[in-house]
Design a protein. Sequence first.
Length: 477
Amino acid sequence: MSITNNIFIKVLIFSLALWGLASCASNEVPDDNNPPVVEPKEELIPIEVPVTRTPPNADAESRVNTVRMIVLRGGYVRTNQMISLSSITTSAVIEDYVPVGLVDFFLIANERSGWNLGALNIGDPQTKEQLKSKILNFTAHPAIPQTVLPSPAESDLIPMARIYEALQINSDGTAQSGSTVLTDPELHWGLQRLYAKLTFNLEVVFADLAGHDPIKLDSIAVRHLPSQSYLGEKPFTLSTFFDPDTLDRNQAPNVYGPSNSLGFDAKFITYLPEHLVANKDDYTYISLNVNLAGSSAVATKREYKIVIGESIRPAAGKDNDSLLNTSGPTNYVSDYYIRRNTHYQFDAILKSYDHSSDQDLILKPRVMDWDESFAPDTFDYDAQILLVNPSDIIIPAGVTTYQGVIDVYTDYQKGWNATVSHYSGTGSCAIIGGSDNRPNGQLKFNMNGGSSGNYAIITITTGKDRKMERKIKVTKL
């Protein structure tokens, strides 16, 4: 029976496979000049890791340049082999023997030279804790990979790993972790990036802000990052954290567009170390700083904090305000975890700058597997947000023809719909423009004629079956 291991099969044409056949060490040793260390009566089975070179057009985030397999048993190194993909033309194989029984299995790609993993020799004492303590140092913030084939720098590649502690190797060639037999190619054997990814999308419409003040984005940064992250997933306590440099608004793939007098939008992408916090107050967060347009005064500067963590996902039932309150009795340390190979994505709408609104920042967070984010978002999501402003409009007495404007925002992908659902009295009210699937922005309407006390009801709907609804009443004095 074989265990096939496809690494990022939807992104890279790169695969690793483990082949197990029940046998004892004999004339099947791949390298007769370097036979494996054999304990008395210990059963071994051969293992093969086929490696296919990364294609030239591979995404920089998914590039694999080196692969190393380390197997530990009983506190000693039993296998340690590495292959460089740059040294092969199409494919190669890492092959060795592993003992039947419990082992600690490490498959590591794009290792850092500072880890010095090549210095581990067969038979050297090495525990899984010692190997996991090989760290990524994040005092220099992880950079966005820019270089692709043929010769990327080490810093341009994201380290990846698949680690199984106490992995049971069976005589029939299967492997299992606990009671789970590891047969699923991607779920059980796929490599995981040792970083997390953060994407932050921000939109500001000046007309939507309380006071309608034109503002600008002063800076954006990720604060309170751990200075190191381990090869293995384990909670850790650090005495020091660091705040990296402010993200460059103009460095690709970041985009900042103070495009016109109506507002601006911005998109920021960066990487984070895995952060399994030990204390709730150690959480990592986005620091968003805005100021009045044209102003650098400290007095008019305002900071918004957005928690990055597992429970920011809507299904967890916790929002940013509740997570910022670390003393909340229903908040747990695990709510603030940042996990490897995970994409934390925020769509944010700034609604208030001067603290006068009940809702300052509207957030639509998503927490997903990193590679899931590569797929087009075709699911017809229900709307979670539908905002209209104003909700009541008064037409002064004596005005015969009135053109009104209503600001509308929803997170529903198909936009919103508008209709004059009721009209009382003489005259008329009409929507300007299309009525269905309209983009976020302004709804304009005309109200003509009529007398005092006449009114119209404009209904805005969105979501599946138009289940979300807001009504705006337009009354003539």
